[in-house]
Ligand binder design. Structure first.
Ligand code: NAP
Length: 328
């Protein structure tokens, strides 16, 4: 008998077709509406495999209903939407899609950095709203990117790709991780810094660490106090890493100069969110990996992870590899 899977959103046709050939597939076939919780609860109790997105909260309560689930294949590199501990306790494999989205997300992060520093959305609105009456020396002036200091918090795959881009702009690059990376420091020409020094010295602070218990609320009031009044915060990692109330206060008080945000604590961000009222905040709807090629590749990787797990093999990108310990 065929195994069964549930897919929580519309996915590319060629991936769906391959999955339908092999499994009994149920799908929440909508582009812009997340699967309702009651349907997710019903489906998770019936299927062997789940193909899901970062918008689906796969928590321990939901997992209690998963009677025969073998794999949760998340279409993202981040997996903070899944209770990995509870999955592992139930022997459910959790997979993600790292690597294929690295360069695309680094491109977006650098684009957001440039857009925020040079006030590109604000300038574009200025023109379209009919405000452009003449050229003026200090009109819509921003911050320089070239030769500035970039501090990366979380120098992993995407952070490293971002650092390479920054080097092309002759930026001085600092980074902060829990573990130093001496080889990468030498290869790309980076300097390790404590979090405090990175915040004090950087003109741009980019967050690219995963969202974990340790990084939740990692950047808050006391950290903004350390930053330069001309500095810019860019977050393309996850919303909860930055305390949004403290960020708003620091922007209002002029402790930092601007922010570029692709991610928010609550997504979609409510339209009455205070940060959306500030002209020096550039906002995007979580589109870090959103290029056509990358999203297609992510769907293929998620499919292949799911298939491997359902075939009883170790998937290429597994989050809870401890499930396979001793089996190799
Ligand atoms: P990665 O290769 O795992 O890199 C994450 C880095 O963060 C690691 O080098 C890690 O180094 C560091 N880190 C972890 N905990 C830390 C802490 N407490 N303090 C400081 N550094 C810490 O992951 P990646 O592929 O680069 O992706 C990074 C994150 O970007 C993902 O987790 C995801 O949430 C986000 N993302 C967002 C988008 C988007 O659409 N906006 C797209 C892709 C990814 P140490 O272990 O040495 O600390």
């Amino acid at each position: 008998m065929k195994q069964s899977i549930f897919i929580t959103r519309k996915i590319p046709d060629h991936v769906l077709n391959q999955l339908q050939e092999k499994y009994n597939v149920a799908i929440w076939d909508h582009e812009e509406i997340p699967v309702p919780r009651d349907i997710l609860e019903e489906k998770i109790s019936e299927v062997d495999g789940l193909f899901c997105l970062l918008t689906d909260s796969i928590d321990s309560e939901l997992l209690q209903k998963a009677h025969k689930l073998k794999v949760i294949s998340n279409l993202a590199v981040g997996f903070n939407n899944i209770d990995v501990k509870a999955s592992t306790e139930k022997g459910i494999i959790v997979t993600n899609t790292p690597g294929v989205l690295t360069e695309t997300t680094a491109d977006l992060t650098f684009a957001l950095l440039m857009a925020t520093a040079r006030r590109i959305p604000e300038a574009s609105d200025y023109l379209r709203e009919g405000n452009w009456s003449t050229w003026s020396p200090m009109l819509l002036t921003g911050q320089d990117i070239h030769h500035a200091t970039l501090g990366i918090i979380g120098l992993g795959r995407i952070g490293e790709a971002l650092a390479k881009r920054a080097k092309g702009f002759e930026m001085n690059v600092l980074y902060h991780n829990r573990n130093r990376k001496p080889e990468i420091e030498e290869q790309i020409g980076l300097q390790y810094a404590s979090l405090e020094n990175l915040l004090k010295e950087s003109d741009f602070v980019c967050i690219l660490a995963p969202y974990t218990n340790e990084t939740k609320n990692m950047i808050r009031k006391e950290h903004f106090h350390l930053m330069k009044p001309t500095s810019i915060l860019i977050n393309t990692a996850r919303g909860g890493i930055v305390n949004e109330t403290d960020l708003y206060d620091s922007l209002i008080e002029g402790e930092i100069w601007a922010a570029g945000l692709d991610v928010f604590e609550q997504e979609p961000v409510p339209l009455d969110h205070p940060l959306l009222t500030l002209p020096n905040v550039v906002t995007l709807p979580h589109i870090g990996s959103a290029s056509i090629n990358t999203r297609l590749k992510m769907a293929e990787v998620a499919m292949s992870n799911l298939m491997s797990a359902l075939d009883g093999e170790k998937p290429k990108y597994i989050v809870n590899a401890e499930l396979f310990l001793g089996g190799e």
